[in-house]
Write a protein that binds this ligand. Sequence first.
Ligand SMILES: NC(=O)c1ccc[n+]([C@@H]2O[C@H](COP(=O)([O-])OP(=O)(O)OC[C@H]3O[C@@H](n4cnc5c(N)ncnc54)[C@H](OP(=O)(O)O)[C@@H]3O)[C@@H](O)[C@H]2O)c1
Length: 334
Amino acid sequence: MRWGILGAARIAAQAVVPALREAGDQVVVMGSRDLRRGRAAAAQMGIPMAVEGYQAVLEQDLDAIYVPLPNSLHRPWVLAALASGKHVLCEKPLGLTAREAGEMAAAAQRAHLVLAEAVMYRYHPRWQLIMDLVHSGELGAVRQLSGGFSFRLRPPPDVRWEADLGGGALYDVGSYLINAARWVVGRDPERAVALAIPRRGVDESTSVLLEFASGPGTAATLAALSCGFATVGSEWLRIEGDQAVLSVPKPFTAWHEERPPILVDSPLGQRLIDSPAADPYLEMVTAFGRAVEALAPVQTSAEDAIGTLAVIDACRASWLSGSWQDLEARRPEA
Ligand SMILES: NC(=O)c1ccc[n+]([C@@H]2O[C@H](COP(=O)([O-])OP(=O)(O)OC[C@H]3O[C@@H](n4cnc5c(N)ncnc54)[C@H](OP(=O)(O)O)[C@@H]3O)[C@@H](O)[C@H]2O)c1
């Protein structure tokens, strides 16, 4: 596939452009607000062409566009890229609200184009092991889930400190925890409550409680999730069943040779499971290519992003109201 990149973003240089190249795709052009900076970044990433602005990228002969822009720019540029007839891989979170994600999902569907959210951890093969364990019944019924994803964010300037650009810890790292909770539990929560510590106009730290209601044959599940920009790096997930508990260190950013073992703990004893080494970005772009060839549906679809953003909407409303928020009322109409 022939790709264009919007913006000289760090994540493009560090992870996604190398993964595209390793997958055998061509990264043809990068657009930047500043042509000089764009040229320098393109040269560094081995991209043959740089153009000024993002629209100029969409005018090229390409198959797909990668959108690693600040969060508030995802919606306008995803819609513009789809309107230009290209498939789109957009960074997480897909939009700022479930309504935005719904708008993007509808536009992709109308245009018969693939739109995926770049939630790379979902493609790491160790998550296949984790989900196999959850579905195997070894944990019993999953009744509680807890997790954290925090790190010390450098002082401004950084897009993650900019409220107008969709900054804040909940969007940046909390979105991974919410994504994982919905995936592991296998359904959307019924309600959410959240508390934030604000700093510089964004949430520096947020804690979230989610209630996944019981249904026929399914027990209720609670999730307690914390994220932030104020502590030393910490990233973990515990999936607690009525038979055993699964502890996952570094659930989201294990990369290349990092192979943190997964622990299964039950009254019968403890078992360590090896994590395979992998590049989840390479797995993600390979899966995207398969979706474009219509060989498989994309796992991190815009529809899935709507579910995660509906929870984020509820958490943000809860910051203001101080009360539980029902999710049902927050999903945009299909
Ligand atoms: N999946 C992952 O592992 C992962 C990791 C980190 C970040 N992300 C996501 O990737 C996206 C970008 O994050 P990043 O940390 O790579 O950001 P970044 O390095 O700050 O890059 C963002 C790019 O957006 C462009 N931009 C357009 N308007 C801008 C504005 N007003 N202010 C600043 N930059 C602007 C800039 O490119 P030009 O100046 O060249 O136009 C800039 O290089 C975010 O959505 C983030 O959530 C994902």
